[in-house]
Ligand binder design. Structure first.
Ligand SMILES: Nc1ccn([C@H]2C[C@H](O)[C@@H](COP(=O)(O)OP(=O)(O)OP(=O)(O)O)O2)c(=O)n1
Length: 178
């Protein structure tokens, strides 16, 4: 089941959901709008290697915006820092963003119970499009969980994306054991 606006507010009151900064106007019927943070990043190498640490170059979106190019993977970040202690948060697109040909995640929309951080966005575009920091970029929806949890994301020793940051975080696949 997906949390409604009233339930999201109740969970915020209880402290099981944190969204920072929080604006009442960003709360939808059953979602919360997140915004594009100040930084974008691209991978330094053209050929990525799933076994290696692929380094990124981070840059700031200027006030006049930045034109995203097709055929380039950009990592973005939400302005919002979130904590979700008792639900499964999902990052979803927004129709108005999709209609500009902007994808905000590449297969990975799910968060984990215990995830505490800004969200990294895997951005790709169909045609050139200028984006601005602070623009609405996606929405979070929250699912109720069934059953107890043994291994919260924020206490998992192998949780790779829980170090608080305002910048996009590159793939940490190289830390997986396989
Ligand atoms: N577009 C996304 C999707 C998820 N996350 C965050 C929320 C998740 O709780 C965390 C880890 O996501 P996954 O479980 O999909 O990633 P991995 O399985 O690769 O990482 P880990 O091994 O740390 O679970 O990353 C994110 O910042 N941006």
């Amino acid at each position: 089941m997906i949390l409604t606006d009233k339930q999201i507010l109740e969970e915020i009151e209880k402290g099981t959901i944190l969204i920072e900064p929080f604006k009442r106007s960003s709360l939808g019927t059953n979602s919360y709008d997140v915004h594009l943070g100040r930084y974008l990043a691209t991978y330094r190498n053209e050929v990525l290697d799933a076994r290696q640490h692929n380094e990124i170059d981070v840059f700031e979106i200027p006030e006049e915006g930045f034109v995203l190019q097709p055929n380039t993977l950009y990592l973005g970040v939400t302005l919002e820092y979130t904590e979700t202690h008792a639900h499964v948060p999902f990052l979803e697109g927004k129709s108005s963003v999709g209609r500009l040909g902007i994808d905000i995640h590449a297969t990975a929309g799910k968060g984990d119970v215990g995830f505490c951080n800004t969200w990294t966005l895997e951005i790709s575009v169909t045609q050139q499009v200028r984006v601005y920091h602070g623009m609405p970029i996606g929405q979070l929806i929250y699912f109720e969980v069934k059953g107890g949890i043994e291994n919260y994301y924020n206490s998992k020793s192998n949780a790779k994306y829980n170090n608080r940051t305002t910048k996009p975080v590159e793939s940490m696949m190289w830390r997986n054991e396989w």
